[in-house]
Design a protein around this ligand. Structure first.
Ligand code: SAM
Length: 315
């Protein structure tokens, strides 16, 4: 509540947090897509993950003020099958991704979009939204049963905005809540007809098993460990099937590192201990370190946040 309402609306959907390219947000949408359509879109989901990795690599280059000519050199190297563009090493996952695409493709567009004078201009929206356009076009003619979904700590509809404009919202009976009134005001201004409300995750005002599924991001690090235990039991109580949980500050250690900041927390959570709390309420907990996943599956070693994790919890 200390923060400006407009800043709250915008800060978690910008740059590497942009849900179109943030791997945790992409995996959350995939979590929902798999629940709706089983394995039908596995191949497209794989392409979207690669898009996210490419975009994060490109953003890193742009922050280092790469020139337009260097971007063109990268494209020339990719077209020629080379792994080096005038001294700039091209990671193998970028070349592999390039080779999965037919020509012309989004990589060609993204390496060519900048005017000759500077790369310090925003990437055009239509390129940022490459997969939004694809999913929207596909899902518009899809049919599936409606699933009820809860999102605690939804912020200013940060992820929901992209669930909506990717074409997924029509399949969901969605409820989002947040403790912060300004966030809910922002969400309501964007989606007046959707169920967004002010509520506390420590006492969710819903019946047991009310929702088929739940997803929640970047909340638990901000709670005391005792409050986190209560929040996890509440989320598991109201969810009937699966939960997708995102973390931004987790590690493979065996104790939580508690860091209280005023009334808030900025903890570094132990993956094992947090998993154990979920296991008190769930039949299965899958722990995914984004960094390890991208390294082992794609040879991508430059994720921007080594502390990013996703749990897939089965009640
Ligand atoms: C880092 S933000 C994450 C927002 C959003 N989930 C995202 O990933 O963009 C943490 C959010 O948790 C909310 N929050 C903190 N404590 C809460 C509580 N006890 N109940 C509900 N929401 C809470 C905050 O208001 C804030 O919107």
């Amino acid at each position: 509540m200390r923060h400006d309402r407009i800043a709250l609306r915008d800060y978690l959907v910008a740059d590497v947090e942009d849900p179109r390219i943030n791997v945790k947000s992409i995996l959350t949408r995939h979590f929902l897509i798999e629940r709706l359509f089983d394995e039908r879109y596995n191949e497209l989901m794989e392409h979207e993950l690669r898009f996210g990795m490419f975009m994060n690599w490109l953003l890193t280059l742009l922050k280092k003020q790469i020139s337009v000519f260097q971007l063109h050199a990268v494209l020339d190297a990719l077209l020629a099958g080379q792994d080096n563009a005038e001294g700039l090493e091209i990671p193998s996952y970028i070349s592999e991704t390039f080779n999965t695409l037919t020509l012309p493709n989004y990589i060609c567009d993204l390496l060519n979009w900048a005017p000759v004078e500077t790369t310090e201009v925003p990437i055009p929206e239509y390129l940022m939204s490459t997969f939004r356009t694809i999913w929207h076009e596909i899902l518009i003619s899809e049919q599936a049963r409606c699933i009820s979904v809860l999102e605690p700590a939804c912020g200013s509809a940060n992820d929901y905005r992209f669930i909506e404009n990717f074409g997924l919202a029509g399949f969901l009976d969605y409820t989002g809540f947040d403790l912060c009134k300004k966030n809910i005001l922002n969400a309501k201004r964007m989606f007046a007809d959707k169920c967004f409300k002010v509520e506390n995750v420590l006492e969710i005002n819903e019946k047991n098993n009310r929702f088929d599924y739940c997803f929640v991001h970047d909340l638990f690090e901000h709670l005391s460990i005792e409050a986190m235990e209560v929040a996890i039991s509440e989320i598991c109580r109201v969810t009937r099937q699966d939960i997708c949980v995102g973390f931004f500050n987790m590690y493979d250690g065996d104790r939580h590192i508690v860091n209280a900041v005023d009334d808030y927390h900025w903890n570094k959570l132990s993956a094992g201990r947090t998993k154990a709390i979920f296991e008190c309420h769930a039949s299965e907990v899958q722990v995914i370190s984004i960094d390890s996943l991208l390294a082992s599956k794609y040879g991508c070693f430059d994720t921007h946040n080594k502390g990013a994790y996703v749990f897939i919890v089965k009640i």
